[in-house]
Ligand binder design. Structure first.
Ligand code: SAM
Ligand code: TMP
Length: 406
Protein backbone atom coordinates (compact mmCIF):
# COMPACT_ATOMS: atom_id res chain seq x y z
CA UNK A 1 0.00 0.00 0.00
CA UNK A 2 1.15 3.53 -0.74
CA UNK A 3 -0.39 6.99 -0.54
CA UNK A 4 -1.24 8.72 -3.82
CA UNK A 5 1.09 11.69 -4.41
CA UNK A 6 -1.80 13.62 -5.96
CA UNK A 7 -4.83 13.05 -3.72
CA UNK A 8 -3.55 11.17 -0.61
CA UNK A 9 -5.75 8.10 -1.27
CA UNK A 10 -4.26 4.70 -0.42
CA UNK A 11 -3.59 2.52 -3.47
CA UNK A 12 -1.91 -0.77 -4.33
CA UNK A 13 0.50 -1.91 -7.01
CA UNK A 14 -0.82 -3.69 -10.12
CA UNK A 15 2.64 -4.86 -11.21
CA UNK A 16 6.11 -5.31 -9.77
CA UNK A 17 9.04 -5.35 -12.20
CA UNK A 18 11.30 -6.69 -9.46
CA UNK A 19 14.65 -5.22 -8.43
CA UNK A 20 15.73 -2.44 -10.80
CA UNK A 21 18.93 -0.41 -11.05
CA UNK A 22 19.08 3.29 -12.06
CA UNK A 23 17.90 3.34 -15.72
CA UNK A 24 20.56 5.80 -16.89
CA UNK A 25 23.22 4.40 -14.53
CA UNK A 26 25.66 3.08 -17.17
CA UNK A 27 28.70 1.96 -15.22
CA UNK A 28 32.28 0.62 -15.38
CA UNK A 29 33.06 -2.86 -13.94
CA UNK A 30 34.73 -1.40 -10.82
CA UNK A 31 31.30 -0.02 -9.77
CA UNK A 32 29.35 -3.28 -10.25
CA UNK A 33 29.49 -4.27 -6.59
CA UNK A 34 28.10 -0.92 -5.35
CA UNK A 35 25.22 -0.73 -7.81
CA UNK A 36 21.96 0.62 -6.31
CA UNK A 37 18.67 -1.28 -6.72
CA UNK A 38 15.05 -0.61 -5.73
CA UNK A 39 11.86 -2.61 -6.21
CA UNK A 40 10.00 -1.05 -9.12
CA UNK A 41 6.26 -1.37 -8.47
CA UNK A 42 3.54 0.53 -10.32
CA UNK A 43 0.07 1.34 -8.98
CA UNK A 44 -3.16 3.02 -10.03
CA UNK A 45 -5.08 5.41 -7.76
CA UNK A 46 -8.75 4.69 -8.32
CA UNK A 47 -9.68 8.05 -6.81
CA UNK A 48 -7.78 10.47 -9.14
CA UNK A 49 -6.73 7.93 -11.86
CA UNK A 50 -3.00 8.65 -11.51
CA UNK A 51 -0.68 5.79 -12.45
CA UNK A 52 2.57 6.07 -10.52
CA UNK A 53 5.64 4.31 -9.09
CA UNK A 54 5.17 3.30 -5.48
CA UNK A 55 8.80 4.05 -4.70
CA UNK A 56 11.35 6.19 -6.53
CA UNK A 57 15.11 6.47 -5.86
CA UNK A 58 16.40 9.78 -4.44
CA UNK A 59 16.63 12.41 -7.18
CA UNK A 60 20.39 12.93 -6.72
CA UNK A 61 20.96 9.28 -7.72
CA UNK A 62 19.37 10.02 -11.11
CA UNK A 63 20.17 13.66 -11.96
CA UNK A 64 23.76 14.76 -11.40
CA UNK A 65 26.94 15.93 -13.12
CA UNK A 66 27.25 12.62 -15.02
CA UNK A 67 23.66 12.51 -16.34
CA UNK A 68 23.82 10.40 -19.49
CA UNK A 69 20.92 11.79 -21.53
CA UNK A 70 21.81 14.56 -24.00
CA UNK A 71 18.63 15.66 -25.80
CA UNK A 72 20.35 17.15 -28.87
CA UNK A 73 21.86 13.82 -29.97
CA UNK A 74 18.62 13.09 -31.80
CA UNK A 75 18.02 14.97 -35.05
CA UNK A 76 14.32 14.14 -34.89
CA UNK A 77 13.99 15.67 -31.43
CA UNK A 78 15.96 18.75 -32.52
CA UNK A 79 13.41 19.34 -35.30
CA UNK A 80 10.52 18.59 -32.92
CA UNK A 81 11.66 21.26 -30.43
CA UNK A 82 12.38 23.78 -33.19
CA UNK A 83 8.71 23.45 -34.25
CA UNK A 84 7.58 23.79 -30.65
CA UNK A 85 9.73 26.91 -30.11
CA UNK A 86 8.28 28.43 -33.29
CA UNK A 87 4.73 27.82 -32.02
CA UNK A 88 5.58 29.36 -28.63
CA UNK A 89 6.94 32.45 -30.39
CA UNK A 90 3.98 32.84 -32.73
CA UNK A 91 1.22 32.15 -30.19
CA UNK A 92 2.38 32.95 -26.66
CA UNK A 93 5.56 35.06 -26.70
CA UNK A 94 4.08 37.90 -28.70
CA UNK A 95 3.74 40.68 -26.10
CA UNK A 96 6.23 43.30 -25.00
CA UNK A 97 9.52 41.77 -23.75
CA UNK A 98 8.10 38.26 -23.22
CA UNK A 99 9.76 35.86 -20.80
CA UNK A 100 9.94 32.06 -21.24
CA UNK A 101 10.97 29.54 -18.58
CA UNK A 102 11.78 25.91 -19.34
CA UNK A 103 11.89 23.24 -16.64
CA UNK A 104 14.49 20.52 -17.41
CA UNK A 105 16.04 22.35 -20.36
CA UNK A 106 18.87 19.80 -20.68
CA UNK A 107 21.46 20.84 -23.32
CA UNK A 108 19.23 23.67 -24.59
CA UNK A 109 17.57 21.72 -27.40
CA UNK A 110 14.41 23.89 -27.22
CA UNK A 111 15.69 27.15 -25.69
CA UNK A 112 18.44 27.57 -28.29
CA UNK A 113 15.67 28.63 -30.71
CA UNK A 114 14.34 31.29 -28.33
CA UNK A 115 17.87 32.47 -27.46
CA UNK A 116 18.77 32.97 -31.11
CA UNK A 117 15.53 34.91 -31.65
CA UNK A 118 16.56 37.23 -28.77
CA UNK A 119 13.70 36.18 -26.46
CA UNK A 120 14.26 36.58 -22.71
CA UNK A 121 14.45 33.05 -21.33
CA UNK A 122 15.62 30.91 -18.43
CA UNK A 123 16.39 27.20 -18.37
CA UNK A 124 16.18 25.29 -15.07
CA UNK A 125 18.40 22.23 -15.33
CA UNK A 126 19.80 20.41 -12.27
CA UNK A 127 22.17 18.06 -14.17
CA UNK A 128 25.29 20.22 -14.29
CA UNK A 129 26.97 18.52 -17.28
CA UNK A 130 24.05 18.99 -19.67
CA UNK A 131 23.38 22.49 -18.28
CA UNK A 132 26.98 23.41 -19.15
CA UNK A 133 26.45 22.37 -22.77
CA UNK A 134 23.47 24.76 -22.88
CA UNK A 135 25.49 27.59 -21.31
CA UNK A 136 28.19 27.12 -23.94
CA UNK A 137 25.49 27.78 -26.55
CA UNK A 138 24.65 31.09 -24.83
CA UNK A 139 21.47 29.85 -23.12
CA UNK A 140 20.68 31.30 -19.68
CA UNK A 141 20.56 28.27 -17.41
CA UNK A 142 20.46 27.73 -13.67
CA UNK A 143 21.39 24.36 -12.19
CA UNK A 144 18.58 23.72 -9.72
CA UNK A 145 15.58 21.49 -9.21
CA UNK A 146 12.39 23.44 -9.95
CA UNK A 147 9.98 23.81 -7.02
CA UNK A 148 7.85 26.46 -5.29
CA UNK A 149 10.85 28.10 -3.63
CA UNK A 150 12.78 28.35 -6.89
CA UNK A 151 9.71 29.85 -8.59
CA UNK A 152 9.71 32.63 -5.96
CA UNK A 153 13.43 33.29 -6.64
CA UNK A 154 12.78 33.48 -10.38
CA UNK A 155 9.92 35.97 -9.88
CA UNK A 156 12.21 38.14 -7.75
CA UNK A 157 15.07 38.15 -10.29
CA UNK A 158 13.23 38.03 -13.62
CA UNK A 159 9.52 38.69 -13.07
CA UNK A 160 6.60 36.45 -14.09
CA UNK A 161 6.59 34.24 -17.17
CA UNK A 162 4.48 34.25 -20.34
CA UNK A 163 5.24 30.58 -20.85
CA UNK A 164 6.57 27.80 -18.68
CA UNK A 165 7.32 24.75 -20.77
CA UNK A 166 8.68 21.35 -20.00
CA UNK A 167 9.25 18.19 -22.02
CA UNK A 168 9.82 14.77 -20.53
CA UNK A 169 10.41 16.23 -17.08
CA UNK A 170 7.15 16.79 -15.15
CA UNK A 171 6.54 13.03 -15.05
CA UNK A 172 9.93 12.78 -13.26
CA UNK A 173 9.02 14.92 -10.26
CA UNK A 174 7.39 13.27 -7.19
CA UNK A 175 6.99 16.57 -5.24
CA UNK A 176 4.57 17.64 -7.94
CA UNK A 177 2.40 19.85 -5.73
CA UNK A 178 5.36 22.10 -4.93
CA UNK A 179 6.11 22.32 -8.68
CA UNK A 180 2.48 23.16 -9.56
CA UNK A 181 2.20 25.72 -6.76
CA UNK A 182 5.39 27.35 -8.11
CA UNK A 183 4.03 27.32 -11.66
CA UNK A 184 0.71 28.88 -10.58
CA UNK A 185 2.65 31.76 -8.96
CA UNK A 186 5.23 32.20 -11.71
CA UNK A 187 2.72 32.44 -14.58
CA UNK A 188 1.42 35.82 -15.72
CA UNK A 189 -2.43 36.04 -15.50
CA UNK A 190 -2.84 34.73 -19.09
CA UNK A 191 0.43 32.80 -19.13
CA UNK A 192 0.54 29.20 -20.35
CA UNK A 193 2.18 26.16 -18.80
CA UNK A 194 2.76 23.66 -21.61
CA UNK A 195 4.26 20.28 -20.94
CA UNK A 196 4.61 16.98 -22.75
CA UNK A 197 5.30 13.50 -21.45
CA UNK A 198 4.87 9.89 -22.60
CA UNK A 199 1.13 9.22 -22.76
CA UNK A 200 -0.53 6.54 -20.65
CA UNK A 201 -3.02 5.84 -23.47
CA UNK A 202 -0.12 4.79 -25.74
CA UNK A 203 1.51 2.70 -23.01
CA UNK A 204 -1.75 0.76 -22.52
CA UNK A 205 -2.48 0.34 -26.23
CA UNK A 206 1.08 -0.52 -27.34
CA UNK A 207 2.10 -2.38 -24.15
CA UNK A 208 5.15 -0.10 -24.17
CA UNK A 209 6.07 -1.02 -20.62
CA UNK A 210 9.65 0.12 -21.19
CA UNK A 211 8.41 3.70 -20.64
CA UNK A 212 8.24 2.64 -17.00
CA UNK A 213 11.54 3.26 -15.20
CA UNK A 214 12.91 5.04 -12.14
CA UNK A 215 12.91 8.58 -13.57
CA UNK A 216 9.24 8.40 -14.58
CA UNK A 217 7.30 8.55 -11.35
CA UNK A 218 3.99 9.46 -13.09
CA UNK A 219 2.28 8.05 -16.23
CA UNK A 220 -0.08 10.86 -17.21
CA UNK A 221 -3.42 10.96 -18.98
CA UNK A 222 -5.59 14.03 -19.64
CA UNK A 223 -7.90 12.67 -16.93
CA UNK A 224 -5.23 12.47 -14.22
CA UNK A 225 -3.60 15.76 -15.27
CA UNK A 226 -6.97 17.57 -15.01
CA UNK A 227 -7.49 16.16 -11.53
CA UNK A 228 -3.95 17.06 -10.46
CA UNK A 229 -3.91 20.71 -11.59
CA UNK A 230 -7.39 21.57 -10.25
CA UNK A 231 -5.97 21.80 -6.76
CA UNK A 232 -3.83 24.77 -7.89
CA UNK A 233 -6.52 26.84 -9.63
CA UNK A 234 -5.25 25.66 -13.02
CA UNK A 235 -7.15 24.07 -15.91
CA UNK A 236 -6.39 22.11 -19.05
CA UNK A 237 -7.35 24.27 -22.06
CA UNK A 238 -5.88 22.20 -24.91
CA UNK A 239 -4.18 18.89 -25.68
CA UNK A 240 -2.10 17.64 -28.59
CA UNK A 241 -1.10 14.05 -29.19
CA UNK A 242 2.50 13.75 -30.41
CA UNK A 243 4.32 10.97 -32.21
CA UNK A 244 7.53 11.37 -30.21
CA UNK A 245 8.96 9.04 -27.57
CA UNK A 246 6.56 6.32 -28.66
CA UNK A 247 3.46 8.50 -28.19
CA UNK A 248 3.30 11.56 -25.98
CA UNK A 249 0.64 14.07 -25.00
CA UNK A 250 1.22 17.81 -24.83
CA UNK A 251 -0.94 19.48 -22.16
CA UNK A 252 -1.77 23.21 -22.36
CA UNK A 253 -2.61 24.63 -18.94
CA UNK A 254 -3.58 28.10 -17.69
CA UNK A 255 -5.20 29.76 -14.72
CA UNK A 256 -8.83 28.65 -14.54
CA UNK A 257 -11.08 30.77 -16.76
CA UNK A 258 -8.22 32.69 -18.38
CA UNK A 259 -8.33 30.85 -21.72
CA UNK A 260 -11.01 29.18 -23.84
CA UNK A 261 -11.06 25.38 -23.45
CA UNK A 262 -10.90 23.63 -26.84
CA UNK A 263 -13.13 20.76 -27.94
CA UNK A 264 -10.08 18.51 -28.19
CA UNK A 265 -9.92 18.38 -24.40
CA UNK A 266 -13.42 16.83 -24.22
CA UNK A 267 -12.60 14.45 -27.08
CA UNK A 268 -9.46 13.14 -25.40
CA UNK A 269 -11.21 12.79 -22.02
CA UNK A 270 -14.01 10.82 -23.69
CA UNK A 271 -11.47 8.58 -25.50
CA UNK A 272 -9.77 7.88 -22.19
CA UNK A 273 -13.09 6.90 -20.63
CA UNK A 274 -13.62 4.45 -23.51
CA UNK A 275 -10.09 3.05 -23.10
CA UNK A 276 -10.88 2.37 -19.42
CA UNK A 277 -8.20 4.67 -18.03
CA UNK A 278 -10.29 5.17 -14.85
CA UNK A 279 -10.88 1.44 -14.24
CA UNK A 280 -8.66 -0.91 -12.18
CA UNK A 281 -9.41 -3.83 -14.60
CA UNK A 282 -7.53 -1.98 -17.35
CA UNK A 283 -4.32 -2.26 -15.35
CA UNK A 284 -4.84 -5.96 -14.64
CA UNK A 285 -5.07 -6.50 -18.40
CA UNK A 286 -1.97 -4.33 -18.90
CA UNK A 287 -0.04 -6.51 -16.41
CA UNK A 288 -1.02 -9.69 -18.27
CA UNK A 289 -0.03 -8.10 -21.59
CA UNK A 290 3.36 -7.04 -20.19
CA UNK A 291 4.04 -10.57 -18.92
CA UNK A 292 3.10 -11.97 -22.34
CA UNK A 293 5.41 -9.51 -24.14
CA UNK A 294 8.31 -10.47 -21.82
CA UNK A 295 7.86 -14.22 -22.43
CA UNK A 296 7.66 -13.81 -26.21
CA UNK A 297 10.77 -11.61 -26.40
CA UNK A 298 12.92 -14.00 -24.37
CA UNK A 299 11.70 -16.93 -26.49
CA UNK A 300 12.48 -15.10 -29.74
CA UNK A 301 15.99 -14.06 -28.65
CA UNK A 302 16.75 -17.66 -27.65
CA UNK A 303 15.50 -18.93 -31.01
CA UNK A 304 17.66 -16.44 -32.94
CA UNK A 305 20.70 -17.32 -30.83
CA UNK A 306 20.14 -21.05 -31.46
CA UNK A 307 19.71 -20.47 -35.22
CA UNK A 308 22.71 -18.17 -35.75
CA UNK A 309 24.97 -19.64 -33.06
CA UNK A 310 25.60 -16.28 -31.37
CA UNK A 311 23.65 -13.71 -29.34
CA UNK A 312 22.08 -10.69 -31.10
CA UNK A 313 23.35 -7.12 -30.98
CA UNK A 314 21.09 -4.41 -29.58
CA UNK A 315 20.68 -0.88 -30.95
CA UNK A 316 20.40 2.09 -28.55
CA UNK A 317 21.34 1.90 -24.86
CA UNK A 318 18.14 3.71 -23.93
CA UNK A 319 16.93 4.28 -20.41
CA UNK A 320 13.92 2.19 -21.49
CA UNK A 321 16.16 -0.78 -22.24
CA UNK A 322 17.08 -1.01 -18.55
CA UNK A 323 13.49 -2.02 -17.74
CA UNK A 324 13.33 -4.59 -20.55
CA UNK A 325 16.70 -6.18 -19.78
CA UNK A 326 16.23 -6.43 -16.03
CA UNK A 327 12.54 -7.39 -16.06
CA UNK A 328 13.08 -10.07 -18.75
CA UNK A 329 16.41 -11.15 -17.22
CA UNK A 330 18.23 -10.70 -20.53
CA UNK A 331 22.01 -10.61 -20.06
CA UNK A 332 25.22 -10.93 -22.13
CA UNK A 333 24.30 -14.54 -22.98
CA UNK A 334 21.44 -13.22 -25.17
CA UNK A 335 22.84 -9.80 -26.22
CA UNK A 336 26.52 -9.54 -27.20
CA UNK A 337 26.64 -5.74 -26.89
CA UNK A 338 24.50 -2.62 -27.22
CA UNK A 339 25.50 -0.06 -29.81
CA UNK A 340 25.02 3.59 -28.83
CA UNK A 341 26.14 6.98 -30.18
CA UNK A 342 26.44 8.64 -26.73
CA UNK A 343 30.17 8.96 -25.84
CA UNK A 344 29.36 8.94 -22.09
CA UNK A 345 27.74 5.49 -22.40
CA UNK A 346 30.34 3.88 -24.67
CA UNK A 347 32.78 1.41 -23.07
CA UNK A 348 30.57 1.22 -20.00
CA UNK A 349 28.05 -1.51 -19.14
CA UNK A 350 24.26 -1.55 -18.98
CA UNK A 351 22.70 -1.07 -15.53
CA UNK A 352 21.94 -4.32 -13.74
CA UNK A 353 22.54 -6.85 -16.53
CA UNK A 354 26.06 -5.52 -17.37
CA UNK A 355 25.96 -5.85 -21.15
CA UNK A 356 28.83 -3.93 -22.82
CA UNK A 357 27.98 -0.64 -24.61
CA UNK A 358 29.97 0.01 -27.78
CA UNK A 359 30.23 2.72 -30.42
CA UNK A 360 28.10 2.19 -33.51
CA UNK A 361 31.07 1.34 -35.80
CA UNK A 362 31.23 -2.01 -33.96
CA UNK A 363 28.03 -3.04 -35.75
CA UNK A 364 29.61 -3.32 -39.20
CA UNK A 365 32.68 -5.07 -37.78
CA UNK A 366 30.36 -7.79 -36.44
CA UNK A 367 28.07 -8.04 -39.50
CA UNK A 368 25.02 -9.11 -37.42
CA UNK A 369 21.99 -10.74 -39.04
CA UNK A 370 19.59 -9.47 -36.33
CA UNK A 371 19.53 -6.38 -34.14
CA UNK A 372 17.19 -5.74 -31.23
CA UNK A 373 15.85 -2.20 -31.53
CA UNK A 374 15.76 -0.60 -28.10
CA UNK A 375 15.59 2.95 -29.53
CA UNK A 376 12.27 2.07 -31.24
CA UNK A 377 10.95 5.59 -30.63
CA UNK A 378 13.61 6.87 -33.08
CA UNK A 379 12.81 4.18 -35.66
CA UNK A 380 12.39 6.48 -38.67
CA UNK A 381 15.68 8.30 -38.03
CA UNK A 382 17.48 4.97 -37.53
CA UNK A 383 16.02 3.33 -40.67
CA UNK A 384 17.16 6.35 -42.71
CA UNK A 385 20.66 5.97 -41.28
CA UNK A 386 21.11 2.18 -41.34
CA UNK A 387 20.57 1.68 -45.06
CA UNK A 388 23.75 -0.45 -45.46
CA UNK A 389 22.54 -2.92 -42.81
CA UNK A 390 19.02 -2.98 -44.26
CA UNK A 391 20.30 -3.39 -47.84
CA UNK A 392 22.29 -6.48 -46.95
CA UNK A 393 19.15 -8.04 -45.44
CA UNK A 394 19.75 -7.25 -41.76
CA UNK A 395 16.67 -7.90 -39.62
CA UNK A 396 15.27 -5.91 -36.70
CA UNK A 397 13.73 -7.44 -33.59
CA UNK A 398 11.07 -5.17 -32.13
CA UNK A 399 8.80 -5.62 -29.13
CA UNK A 400 6.44 -2.60 -29.33
CA UNK A 401 3.55 -2.81 -30.13
CA UNK A 402 4.23 -6.55 -30.49
CA UNK A 403 7.23 -8.87 -30.44
CA UNK A 404 8.28 -9.59 -34.03
CA UNK A 405 11.10 -9.62 -36.59
CA UNK A 406 10.95 -7.06 -39.40
N1 SAM B 1 13.57 18.39 -21.94
C1 SAM B 1 14.58 17.52 -22.49
C2 SAM B 1 14.00 16.65 -23.57
O1 SAM B 1 12.79 16.49 -23.66
O2 SAM B 1 14.80 16.08 -24.32
C3 SAM B 1 15.26 16.68 -21.40
C4 SAM B 1 14.46 15.56 -20.82
S1 SAM B 1 15.38 14.56 -19.70
C5 SAM B 1 14.62 13.02 -19.91
C6 SAM B 1 14.84 15.09 -18.12
C7 SAM B 1 15.57 16.33 -17.64
O3 SAM B 1 14.88 16.87 -16.49
C8 SAM B 1 16.99 16.06 -17.22
O4 SAM B 1 17.84 16.92 -17.93
C9 SAM B 1 16.97 16.31 -15.70
O5 SAM B 1 18.19 16.79 -15.21
C10 SAM B 1 15.84 17.32 -15.56
N2 SAM B 1 15.14 17.38 -14.25
C11 SAM B 1 14.87 16.36 -13.41
N3 SAM B 1 14.22 16.82 -12.30
C12 SAM B 1 14.06 18.15 -12.46
C13 SAM B 1 13.48 19.20 -11.66
N4 SAM B 1 12.91 18.98 -10.49
N5 SAM B 1 13.53 20.46 -12.15
C14 SAM B 1 14.10 20.74 -13.35
N6 SAM B 1 14.66 19.78 -14.14
C15 SAM B 1 14.65 18.51 -13.70
P1 TMP C 1 15.98 7.93 -25.88
O1 TMP C 1 15.09 6.86 -26.38
O2 TMP C 1 15.86 8.09 -24.40
O3 TMP C 1 15.84 9.18 -26.68
O4 TMP C 1 17.50 7.43 -26.08
C1 TMP C 1 17.96 7.05 -27.32
C2 TMP C 1 19.32 6.38 -27.17
O5 TMP C 1 19.63 5.75 -28.41
C3 TMP C 1 20.47 7.34 -26.86
O6 TMP C 1 21.36 6.74 -25.94
C4 TMP C 1 21.17 7.52 -28.21
C5 TMP C 1 20.88 6.22 -28.91
N1 TMP C 1 20.78 6.34 -30.34
C6 TMP C 1 21.72 5.70 -31.15
O7 TMP C 1 22.61 5.03 -30.64
N2 TMP C 1 21.61 5.85 -32.52
C7 TMP C 1 20.64 6.60 -33.09
O8 TMP C 1 20.59 6.71 -34.31
C8 TMP C 1 19.66 7.25 -32.24
C9 TMP C 1 18.56 8.08 -32.83
C10 TMP C 1 19.77 7.09 -30.88
Amino acid sequence: MATCRICDTLYEEFISFGEMPIANGFLPPEDFDQEYYFEMKVGFCSSCSMVQLLEQPQRERMFHEDYAFFSSLSKGQTAHFKNFADSLMSEYLTGDDPFAVEIGSNDGIMLQNLASAGIRHLGVEPSENVANVAREKGINTISSFFDEKLAADIIEKHGRADTISSANVICHIPYIHSVLAGIAKLLKPRGAFIFEDPYLGDIIEKVSYDQIYDEHVFYFSATSVSNMIKQHGLELFDVEHLNVHGGSMRYFIAKKGSRKVTEDVQTVLANEERLGITLPETYETLRRNIEGSRDQLVKLLNEIKAAQGSPVIAYGATSKSTTVLNYCNIGPDLIAFISDTTPLKQNKFSPGMHIPIKASDEIEKNQPSHMLLFAWNHMQEIMNKETAYNNRGGKWVVYVPEVKVI
